[in-house]
Design a protein around this ligand. Structure first.
Ligand code: ZN
Ligand code: ZN
Length: 780
């Protein structure tokens, strides 16, 4: 897969040869009917059933169809095996992917925007099969890796008969073709060029294996897949990470990294050098309290001469206005915190002072006139805002300081990010794209607070390296722009690595109240909740303060609410949500109108990509959460204990609907709670993608099962046009949809269970049209 370049700095020596397992050329005829011509039942392939023929025959065919066939079909010229293969040292025939870029370029330059429908059709059909052997994130999270087993067990799960390198090469080729075409002919309205792997083409097992081998955390792979395309993931997995120990991430899972969790009872503040035994320097707490009492934000000023060891210095505190305040964004597990007093070792003060002073060493770009006026005033000192020194431990002052956390980062002159892994690297040696990926994978990026600290002052965010600071925003934007101007591109690495910066900027704009913009407000909830997925916080209660800060809610009010009631408090303050939040598994709240919300809704595991979520919010109304999704209504029937099988009459799909196993409340109790009468009330099944309602769940799809108590009929719809045909429901539980096998179906009926009959409420009776009427749901 050499067409995706490998990292230049600290490259992990992966060897991933792709064997050419098919010994016949693609026939050049119609793409969609190729399976039939080769004696395969396409319906079974689309359902992920690869057992019709012996393993070798199947694998060879899938490579012929989805690698050679896909490229042949998009360029309308057969890609012959001889065109792109070579022999390795063992004499095996392997794909020589180095030849791909040239072939892709030749094709994309000769194509035109008119071809986009045909190309979309080929790629989306390919994708429907590919996702069975390169499962999407949700399938990894629910089917292959939900139990939080050892990361290597997840990465080595056998998901299909196709060897992992072959599976990966197939997915990468389709993604590369799609990228090349959309870069050449940008879509309108413009969203972005590449699509995150969590959404399309899935995550090949090989990518997990490569990341783990190179020392990454498995949670990073899941988190990054929500932003990066599969090509960029592949590239990132070639960057080697420094681990404190080989077992460091052994207990992490697909939802979060647990390696750097801090335990207050054993937490140790660290010296710069572990052998150092210098004294601690204490924050000027009297001044800090006074500044907080007067509504200000305190910064620490280092006084005296501490540049040389042995000289005495001390700390003072001044309000932000009286200094050039640098807010530090750091990772507690790196050792700059202190759980028992507001102090840090002198060696750390010396180091931090050196770093923040250096930020002002460089000549500022200013006009000579403003520089002239500035010279007249004596320069303001450089101040340091560090939580350990500027947030007193006493409860009332802590509350004041935390309420001002948003302003602290927004109003600081610069934000300096320090992460122990990055401060050891010389950035001079590393290309900007690799620096951005290293930051995206850093411990710092795994934190919740990062979202706030980085977003609020994104244009002045500096990342500390061994040999200087990296200007985060400028570099990200620079790469993105350069990529967009490129004549053509088959890999989206440079634009993908800028996408975190883009998310931070969007959060920043949403937070900036000077520009009133309803879209921006919706964006912020979607982006914030999406951003929270897969991030950690040391103190569980903090998450609400952090989320509240970003969403510009009353943080003081949240702070005064006991931890166990903060979920409900937050929910009462937020009015729009990313609509995919309803598919998040886990125990649900037993609170009127909020039956769809998880007890820990902010930990929402299943969310669409940040962009999709932001564009299409759900809104809280009197009757519950109002949103638009496709779905089914199900005739009244008696629900079995763990799952049921549904037939969608019109599409003749058989779907297995399994209740979320992580929600411990039994279905009978849920029905009782919702007041659902099985003998005469309908159920509803809300699905995330319209393709699920059209073609079935593919490799697995989440959904929400609800009890329906009212449907707006013709009369109501006339009066209430905005809610035409709306379905009013109460949430029962999240479910996982999978295709069902005939065996399973038979066993289900033999055990005396009833088959459920579902129909799409808004489907026209006569046609099998692909035009979808919107379907509005209210979920309480
Ligand atoms: Zn980890
Ligand atoms: Zn020391």
């Amino acid at each position: 897969m050499d067409h995706v370049p490998a990292a230049k700095f600290r490259q992990y020596p992966h060897v991933n040869e792709v064997l050419c397992l098919c010994d016949y050329d693609y026939d050049g005829d119609d793409f969609t009917t190729y399976p039939e011509r080769k004696g395969f039942n396409k319906h079974q392939l689309l359902a992920g059933n690869f057992s019709e023929h012996p393993r070798e025959t199947t694998v060879a065919f899938l490579q012929s169809w989805l690698f050679f066939g896909v490229f042949s079909a998009v360029r309308k010229q057969i890609l012959e095996i001889s065109e792109i293969t070579t022999r390795n040292s063992n004499g095996d025939l392997i794909i020589d992917a180095q030849k791909l870029p040239l072939l892709i370029e030749k094709w994309v330059r000769s194509s035109s925007a008119r071809h986009s429908d045909r190309i979309d059709a080929v790629l989306s059909e390919a994708q429907a099969v590919i996702e069975h052997f390169c499962p999407p994130l949700i399938t990894w999270q629910t089917k292959y890796g939900a139990d939080g087993e050892h990361p290597s067990v997840i990465a080595n799960t056998i998901v299909s008969p196709i060897p992992p390198p072959v599976a990966c090469s197939i997915a990468l080729l389709s993604a590369s073709l799609q990228t090349a075409f959309t870069q050449q002919f940008p879509m309108q309205p413009y969203v972005r060029f590449s699509r995150p792997a969590s959404d399309v083409f899935g995550i090949p097992a090989l990518i997990f294996q490569r990341f783990l081998a190179a020392g990454w955390c498995i949670s990073d792979v899941a988190r990054l897949s929500r932003t990066y395309s599969i090509s960029t993931l592949y590239f990132a997995s070639s960057i080697q990470r420094n681990l404190p120990s080989p077992e460091f991430h052994d207990h992490c899972n697909l939802f979060a990294c647990s390696a750097s969790q801090v335990d207050d009872s054993t937490y140790m503040t660290k010296h710069v050098d572990e052998k150092c035994q210098c004294d601690h320097m204490f924050s000027a707490l009297g001044d800090v309290r006074e500044i907080l009492d007067h509504g200000g934000i305190p910064a620490t000023i280092v006084m005296g001469d501490i540049a040389t060891v042995g000289e005495k210095g001390w700390l003072e505190a001044v309000p932000f206005e009286n200094c050039k305040a640098v807010a530090l964004s750091h990772v507690w597990s790196d050792g700059l915190g202190n759980v028992s007093q507001n102090s840090i070792p002198e060696c750390q003060v010396r180091r931090l002072k050196g770093l923040i002073d250096k930020l002002y060493d460089r000549p500022e770009k200013e006009s000579s006139i403003s520089a002239f006026f500035k010279k007249k005033k004596s320069p303001k000192p450089v101040g340091l805002w560090l939580d350990t020194l500027c947030i007193p431990l006493e409860k009332e002052y802590r509350k004041l300081a935390i309420q001002r956390m948003v302003d602290t980062y927004a109003k600081s002159d610069k934000v300096l990010m320090i992460d122990a892994e990055l401060t050891q690297l010389s950035m001079e040696d590393i290309p900007a794209r690799e620096i951005l990926i290293s930051i995206a994978g850093s411990n710092w990026m795994r934190r919740m607070w990062t979202l706030q600290e980085a977003a609020l002052n994104i244009e002045r965010l500096y990342v500390q390296f061994a040999d200087g600071v990296f200007e985060y925003h400028t570099n990200g934007v620079g790469l993105t722009r350069a990529w967009e101007r490129q004549k053509w591109a088959y890999e989206p690495i440079d634009i993908d690595v800028g996408s975190h910066g883009h998310e931070f900027s969007s959060l920043h704009d949403a937070h900036d109240k000077s520009a009133f913009n309803w879209r921006a407000t919706h964006n912020s909830v979607g982006l914030a909740l999406s951003g929270f997925a897969g991030r950690n916080t040391t103190k569980q209660g903090d998450v609400y303060l952090c989320l509240g800060g970003i969403l510009d809610l009353n943080v003081g009010e949240i702070h005064s609410t006991p931890d166990d009631q903060r979920t409900e408090k937050m929910l009462s303050l937020v009015h729009t949500y990313p609509k995919s939040i309803i598919f998040s598994p886990g125990p649900k709240l037993n609170v009127p109108r909020f039956g769809w919300a998880c007890e820990t809704f902010w930990k929402s595991k299943i969310l669409g990509s940040a962009y999709n979520d932001a564009m299409n919010p759900a809104i809280m109304k009197e009757a519950g959460l109002r949103l638009e999704y496709q779905g089914y209504t199900i005739k009244p029937f008696k629900l079995p204990e763990h799952f049921f099988i549904m037939n969608s009459t019109k599409q003749d799909l058989w779907i297995k609907v399994t209740y979320d196993p992580t929600d411990t409340v039994r279905i009978r109790d849920k029905l009782a709670r919702a007041g659902h009468d099985e003998s005469n009330m309908e159920l509803g099944l809300i699905v995330p993608e319209r393709d699920v309602a059209r073609k079935g769940p593919g490799a697995g799809s989440p959904a929400l099962l609800v009890s329906v108590y009212k449907i707006n009929g013709f009369k109501e719809s006339l009066k209430d046009f905005d809610n035409n045909g709306a379905i009013y429901s109460k949430a029962l539980c999240t479910v996982l949809l999978t295709s069902t096998t005939e065996d399973e179906h038979q066993r289900y009926i033999d055990s005396g269970n009833e088959v459920a009959y579902g129909k799409k409420p808004n489907e026209s009776q006569k046609t099998n049209s692909v035009i979808y009427a919107t379907q509005i749901w209210f979920i309480a």
